[in-house]
Structures are given as C-alpha cells and as structure tokens.
Ligand binder design. Structure first.
Ligand code: K2U
Ligand code: ZN
Length: 175
C-alpha cells in the first residue's frame, strides 16, 4: 500500500478517455487500495485513476462526512451513469488535481450508476446529494473531463494559468 502522487492540471493524462478494465486482478485491487489511501491522505472524498496517472476506468469514493460515522470506502470499476434526473443540483466543486480552486457546477440531482465492484460483482445503485455530485465528478475524470470544463472560458483560462504558475514554482522549488 502506498500514497501515490496526484497529477496537477494541465496534464494530457487528465484529458484522456480512459480504457475499460477487462477483468479485476489483484494488481487492480492493490491500485484501488492505494487510491483510497491517497484520497484519505489528501484529504478528499473521491479520486479517479487518471489522477494518479493510470488511464483505466477505476474510481474510489467515500463521501461520509459526519464526525464519528462509519467510513464507506467505495471502489467502482467501469462505472457508468445509466439514468439521471431532470432535476439538477448546484455544488461548489473542487478537485485534487486543481488545488484550492472552487466553482459552482450544476449536475443532475439523482443518478443511477452501474459498475463492477472489487469482487467482480455487477452493482447498480441510485445516488443523491454529495455522493451523486462526487460520482459524476469522478466519472467525468474517466472521460478526460474536469469540473472547470463546465465554466466560462475566461474563468477556465484563469484557473489553468494559476495551475501553470503553481507547477512552475513547484518545479523551481525542486530544481
Ligand atoms: O476527483 C477529485 O479531485 C476528488 C474531489 C471529489 C469531489 C469534487 C467536488 C465535489 C465532490 C467531490 C475531491 O474530493 S475535492 C475535495 C472536496 C472535499 C469535500 C467536498 C468537495 C470537495
Ligand atoms: Zn477531480
């Protein structure tokens, strides 16, 4: 088990449509465990495989935020939204690959998702609230889509320029 480095936007790997997972191997189960460790360490409530440079259709989530409540680590291979409500909800989103930038994104309030779990079992569930926002945010990552893609071009460019500056400063700091 290891905490993996999270890619920072802009990075071509974050704009790539990821490949489906053909079958669930022990290596992929270990990757999912590393992603959960990386997510909790960030901290975050979701993480998609391309964010750690693995271009496969795998996401992890745990949107339980209540103090003292039982964590609910969730691993999804090949997740797909099979139904979405017309009703929408607005949430101020962030992203571990776009640190300290937040903006309102409107998404369907309810989504039904089909996926394969870590035991290779087909699952299907309806999500509401923060879980619905998070699962859509993560599935977008698998299609190379970031929350800033929903913003006006000027706002998106501003955030991208801030990230390019951050990456330059990080590189200098390491140089
Ligand atoms: O994919 C990611 O970068 C993980 C996000 C998931 C997320 C973004 C927006 C809305 C819901 C989920 C991180 O968890 S960003 C940190 C965060 C934490 C709590 C609530 C919202 C965002
Ligand atoms: Zn994200």
């Amino acid at each position: 088990m290891a905490i993996r480095p999270i890619l920072i936007h802009p990075d071509p790997r974050l704009k790539t449509v990821c490949d489906p997972v053909p079958d669930i191997t022990d290596e992929l189960r270990t990757l999912a465990d590393d992603m959960l460790l990386t997510m909790y360490d960030a901290p975050g409530i979701g993480l998609a495989a391309p964010q750690i440079g693995v271009l496969s259709r795998l996401i992890v989530m745990d949107c339980v935020k209540e103090e003292g409540a039982e964590p609910q680590p969730t691993v999804m291979f090949n997740p797909e939204v099979i139904a979405a409500s017309d009703q929408t909800s607005v949430y101020e989103e962030g992203c571990l690959s776009i640190p300290e930038q937040y903006a309102e994104v409107t998404r369907p309030k309810l989504v039904t998702v089909r996926w394969m779990d870590r035991d290779g079992k087909a699952r299907e569930q309806e999500f509401d609230g923060l879980w619905a926002t998070c699962v859509q945010h993560e599935i977008d990552h698998l299609d190379g889509k970031l929350f800033i893609d929903y913003l006006k071009p000027l706002k998106r460019q501003m955030i991208t320029r801030k990230m390019q500056k951050l990456k330059r400063e990080k590189a200098r700091g390491k140089a």
